[in-house]
Design a protein around this ligand. Sequence first.
Ligand code: SF4
Length: 328
Amino acid sequence: MGTRQTILSGMRPTGKLHLGHLVGALENWVKLQGEYDNYHLIADYHALTTDPDSSRIWSNSIDMLLDWLAAGVDPARSPVFRQSQIKEHTELHLILSMLITAARLERNPAVKEQVRDLNIENVSYGHLGYPVLQAADILLYKGDLVPVGEDQVPHVEIAREIARRFNNQYGAVFPEPEPKLTHFPRLPGLDGLEKKMSKSAGNTILLSDSPEEILKKMKTAVTDPLKVRRNDPGRPEVCLVYRYHQKFNPSGSAEIEAGCRSGALGCVECKATIAGVIASHLSPFRERRAHFESRPGEVTEILADGEARARARARTTMAEVRRAMNMG
Ligand code: SF4
């Protein structure tokens, strides 16, 4: 008793991160790092499940890591590491894959959704099994909690089932990980309130964008279609620019709302205001990113150190797994 719980969280290396990542994940990671033992995984093998092209994985991993560090992830407290560099992930994945049926994986709603969204015609063996790889990622570090959005809960459920089955079959080695629901509303993309901000949709504001780029992108943001001229009254509740005001400019949002409704405020001005607010919100982030970007040696050392610490923990777990299985 009294030991801290472990949290495993990670992302696929998709390159530079955007505001949706900051609001949905990174702010949460930073907040949790004082309370829990956090492990942050760069899920490079997972990236291959939907696209086998590995040519950009290294540069995408570094771009993403720079954003993590710039957001305040402290690698001295929370190891950051690449999945592919800890071979125990693949070992445990193989063992765990014997403990779940193909039919169970085929029923997983998250994979079905991904297949539909990415227009994948034939699901590969590896793609179907990625929740098993994810279970290995979590269980290798004996993760107690996994921060996820609602849509990812089925994956944690699969990890729990597999942990249970392993413990029943071979002896108690793993805790059953619990989902730790993040309640942040999804940040909409620049193309509409109902669209999620995502790289593939091309509707993002990157955390590393300059103030000029942010303003340029904000000018393209979709607003209330009924507010055509500057003095037309608008409906903030249907406007994503207003949603950004609520998130990043909470103290000014009542004034924005009133100005929009009365028609005193024009969209051009409203967008310029929020672009400025977001740019200053991201200013310390950009400074920290520039710091790490100019020190590539320091960044690779951070990664090597995180990988050594993650590997040590993973090896300890695998030794327990082998002992329990009588395969030591
Ligand atoms: S004034 Fe602002 S909140 Fe109102 S419709 Fe225009 S951009 Fe949206």
